[in-house]
Design a protein around this ligand. Structure first.
Ligand code: ATP
Ligand code: MG
Length: 505
């Protein structure tokens, strides 16, 4: 009894020691053979379709090719096949008198008695363990119980090894993807944001010595305080990170449930450089255009003075003046936009938005009346105070009102509303105008984009007004968006952070 327990313990130790399947099974056979004083033994493993996926023979003097032949044959004609088919173990007392035993010609040893049992997991025979002895009647009934116990342990270990191998393979695939990607990835965990993972792209971007970050707090590993701040933001927010080598990384952050937080950083330096080139180009181009336009305008005026001109000629000059004015407006807008984008800092003060809206309302009252549009103002919220540049904020509001009146037909309505929600002041410019098709709505804030090809011909404009609004609002830490329905109307909303007791900037 003690001896059996010792064997089971020993086998259990072997099985837990190593997750390498081959070595593990080899040790199980060796120990079992030794215990039964047998001459040989084997373990065969089957896949889901009962094909042999692995076989381990105890006898080292059998060649691979021969071993392959043996297992193939015993499975179709021999005892192992019988065990697989019946799903239980058994003993052959004398192989010469039992036709379940298949004897190979030239077999280097004689097996007279055999004991075999299945390795069963989840009602499936995953393998067969067989032990042979040279004398008949060597195995007893209780030997089968012991072999069953060994097989039971081996089957569990087998499943663990397979699960381990499977998860190892999945881990290796994931790790290859994460390590191979060009985007920098950092994953942190815990209150103090210890680093769980940093891929080579992140090590390079943050100039961290490879493999010198595991479980260290992020702020002790990198000097990039902006990244540390992004990880601490609540709610999590992304943004652009400026590296000391001049590169810019567009960073997005996500919460990974049960793990921590992850940052994915994409290098947008090339795009930034392109954008800068474009801005510089527009800047020079618009400057160079302004001078000749001024000359043209001057000469149009001179022509009138030099007269006399016929009515038709005067009418033509009127059109020319209008076209020149339109071009000068376009240049002014372009210059303003590039200036806004490149301006490092802005003069800022506290702005009571109800006063700003009132001012804009007065500015556009006449234009609305002339076009026969009902124009109203609802701006009583005195808590709506933001910190910003008053000229620019008024410019943004004016651009929205101008559009609302421009893109609304006579007898329509335009209203201005000021409300607060949480930490934000909301300025809504609502009209009952021509609306914007849903699929083009996100583009209206792009430079030079005009949503209505047909109307655009009648309504003058350069498609820059909303880009200016967006640039101004974003410079003030706010957002702008549109909700619209064709032929029903549009509502453009600007959200700006409320500045109360110096809490917002
Ligand atoms: N209130 C609105 N209703 C319907 N369409 C609008 C409205 N506001 C803007 N749009 C659409 O969005 C486009 C872009 O507007 P944006 O103000 O940028 O340019 P614009 O008005 O065409 O020219 P400008 O540079 O003179 O402002 C417009 O051409 C128009 O098609
Ligand atoms: Mg406009």
């Amino acid at each position: 009894m003690q001896e059996k327990l010792n064997l089971l313990n020993q086998i259990s130790d072997e099985l837990n020691k190593d997750l390498n399947l081959d070595r593990m099974l080899q040790r199980v056979i060796d120990l079992t053979i030794k215990h039964f004083k047998a001459i040989s033994g084997s373990i065969m493993l089957f896949d889901e379709e009962n094909r042999i996926s692995k076989y381990i023979l105890q006898r080292k003097d059998v060649s691979d090719a021969r071993a392959h032949q043996i297992v193939g044959q015993v499975l179709t004609e021999g005892f192992a096949g019988w065990v697989l088919k019946h799903g239980r173990g058994d003993i052959i007392n004398d192989t010469q008198a039992d036709d379940r035993w298949y004897t190979f010609p030239n077999q280097p040893y004689t097996a007279r008695s055999v004991i075999a049992t299945p390795l069963t997991r989840r009602n499936r025979v995953a393998g067969v363990l067989t032990i042979n002895h040279s004398e008949a009647e060597h195995f007893k009934g209780q030997d089968l119980s012991l072999l069953n116990a060994i097989a039971w342990q081996a089957a569990i270990a087998l499943e663990n090894a397979q699960l381990f191998r499977q998860s190892e393979a999945e881990r290796a695939t994931l790790s290859a993807i994460i390590n191979g990607t060009q985007d920098a990835i950092v994953v942190v965990y815990g209150e103090d944001h210890k680093i769980l993972l940093m891929n080579p792209a992140a090590e390079k971007a943050l100039q961290v010595t490879p493999d010198n970050w595991k479980d260290r707090a992020l702020d002790s590993v990198t000097h990039l305080n902006d990244l540390v701040a992004l990880f601490n933001s609540s709610p999590l927010s992304g943004g652009e990170l400026q590296l000391s080598n001049g590169h810019t990384l567009l960073t997005s952050l996500i919460d990974v449930p049960d793990v921590g937080r992850m940052a994915i950083m994409h290098d947008i330096s090339a795009l930034k450089a392109l954008d800068k080139m474009k801005t510089e180009f527009i800047d020079t181009f618009t400057h160079d255009l302004a001078a000749p336009l001024a000359t043209i305008k001057g000469h149009i005026d001179l022509l009138q003075i030099d007269g006399p001109l016929s009515d038709l000629q005067l009418e033509d000059l009127g059109f020319m003046r209008m076209a020149v004015d339109q071009m000068r407006m376009l240049i002014k807008d372009l210059l303003e936009l590039t200036r806004l984008e490149s301006l490092k800092s802005l003069y800022k003060t506290d702005i009571a938005l109800n006063s700003s809206l009132k001012k804009s309302f007065e500015t556009f009252k006449r234009m609305a009346t002339t076009k026969n549009i009902e124009f109203s103002l609802h701006a009583n919220d005195s808590k709506a105070i933001t910190r910003g540049n008053p000229t620019l904020i008024t410019r943004a509001i004016d651009n929205l009102i101008e559009n609302a009146i421009k893109y609304t037909k006579p007898h329509g309505q335009v209203s201005l509303l000021l409300t607060t929600s949480g930490n934000e002041a909301l300025i809504a410019v609502k009209d009952t105008g021509i609306g914007i098709p849903a699929k083009t709505a996100p583009q209206v804030f792009d430079k030079f984009f005009r949503a209505h090809a047909a109307e655009a011909n009648e309504v003058p404009g350069s498609g820059l007004g909303l880009s200016i609004v967006k640039a101004i609002v974003e410079r003030h830490g706010g957002r702008v968006w549109v909700e619209s329905k064709v032929n029903t109307g549009s509502t453009f909303t600007i959200a700006l952070p409320i500045h109360s007791n110096g809490s917002a900037t």
